[in-house]
Design a protein around this ligand. Structure first.
Ligand code: HEC
Length: 397
């Protein structure tokens, strides 16, 4: 029952997180696009910086952007902030539900010497808090006069974070904390800088006094960072489906490479909206992805044993000992009411049917057993590798 409740809680919060996240990023993409596509050619109406016609959902829209602001404030002014706040709140809730409730499974590698679950949680929270502190300090420093250099420093900081966390957490644990740190920076930018700047803008308009340009400049810098950080964060949020990334020995480097590529792609689209196309960015990114795919490909295992020496009968007891506490039609692991991902290894046939996936997760990425809770040994992994190699040769004969 507890496992069932936990799954539904996970489902509901994840659903909400995706919905509000789409609303946040969608609005932010839209306003970016709007800003870059305004028709700014003269002549413009008095006090208008640019305008834009659009057709959508069965109607025509006509939008204008004011150079400074309207003479009087409208009675109803829409703000875009709750999308960001609820994305963060639901994300943190999800982090607790998935990773902190089950720190021994998802956050750490239980069989390796190292942290306890509670220590890992504390470390994770500290890493997220410190990240905002360092980022904010960098943005307030004189470095803000050199946005490119500042951007590079921020990238280096998050790369270091990825490296350090991957040394102490499981691959998934490290990835999700880098994602949470970046996401927290983005939401804190909205909460502490961008929205206060907008409030100041509104107040200045009400009091009919000139606006201190510093507010606008700070807001713009943080918005720009958020714009470039969006794609890496989105990759991290879906990365738990891809053990070949987080489960790889060089998982932190893969994260850095994918982030760099996605920042480049974001840059291409930012420039394209401004009709300044650096066309080579897209093909170069594509080539980079192909190289990454090639570099991370699993090396074929050369079995030292004669073909057919390791049969399914040999590995079945290992699977029984290390996997079926969770992957069975009647799991015995507390908190599991059904076999995860509907993968039950109850019979020899089950094991043979799922041979490739079993091999992938227990030999290639070593992401299973989860948190190595059942303490699978390297010798057992090697035996599974031999078994899979001999199955493959049998198939090709
Ligand atoms: C402590 C419980 C537990 C143990 C033990 C365990 N698993 Fe898993 N396994 C899970 C959970 C939970 C998931 C789903 C993970 C997710 O969706 O994020 C999973 C997912 C999988 C998947 C699908 C992942 C994918 O990306 O294709 C495979 C395959 C798998 N396990 C194989 C194994 C094998 C083989 C073993 C034993 C060597 C094993 N598991 C041991 C809990 C466990």
């Amino acid at each position: 029952m507890e496992g069932h409740l936990h799954e539904w809680l996970n489902l509901l919060v994840r659903w909400i997180h995706v919905i509000v996240g789409v609303a946040w990023i969608g609005a932010s993409f839209y306003f970016n696009w709007l800003e870059n596509n305004l028709n700014r050619k003269p002549p413009q109406e008095k006090g208008i910086a640019g305008h834009l016609w659009a057709v959508h959902g069965g109607g025509f829209y006509y939008l204008k952007k004011f150079s400074h602001g309207p003479d009087t404030l409208p009675t109803e002014l829409h703000w875009f902030k709750w999308e960001a706040y609820t994305t963060w709140l639901s994300g943190i809730t999800l982090l607790i539900i998935v990773y902190y409730f089950n720190a021994e499974l998802f956050l750490i590698n239980s069989s390796a010497d190292g942290l306890t679950g509670a220590e890992a949680i504390l470390l994770g929270i500290t890493a997220v808090g410190i990240s905002w502190f360092i980022y904010d300090l960098l943005c307030r420093s004189p470095l803000k006069q050199h946005p490119l250099f500042l951007g590079v420093l921020i990238f280096i900081y998050f790369s270091l974070l990825a490296f350090m966390l991957s040394e102490v957490f499981s691959g998934r644990g490290a990835y999700i904390h880098v994602g949470t740190a970046i996401g927290t920076v983005m939401v804190a930018n909205v909460f502490f800088v961008i929205i206060p700047a907008q409030k100041e803008m509104v107040l200045a308009l009400k009091d009919k006094r000139p606006l201190d340009p510093v507010y606008g400049q700070n807001g713009l810098l943080r918005s720009r960072h958020n714009n470039y950080l969006t794609l890496p964060v989105l990759f991290i949020m879906v990365s738990s489906h891809f053990p070949s990334t987080y489960g790889h020995h060089w998982n932190w480097l893969i994260l850095i490479a994918l982030s760099l590529i996605s920042v480049a792609v974001r840059h291409y689209f930012n420039l394209r909206h401004l009709f300044r196309s650096l066309w080579w960015i897209l093909p170069l990114s594509f080539i980079a992805i192909i190289c990454l795919m090639w570099l991370t490909a699993p090396k074929p295992h050369q079995s030292t044993k004669p073909s057919g020496a390791v049969t399914t009968n040999t590995v079945f007891p290992i699977i029984q000992a290390r996997c079926t506490s969770c992957h069975s039609s009647l799991p015995t692991q507390p908190g599991f009411s059904t076999a995860p991902q509907d993968l039950a290894f109850d019979s020899l046939e089950d094991v043979e049917t799922h041979a490739e996936r079993i091999h992938n997760v227990s030999v290639v990425s070593k992401t299973m057993p989860l948190g190595n809770l059942t303490a699978m040994t390297d010798e057992e992994r090697l035996l599974i590798a031999d078994w899979f190699a001999s199955l493959s040769t049998l198939k090709t004969q």
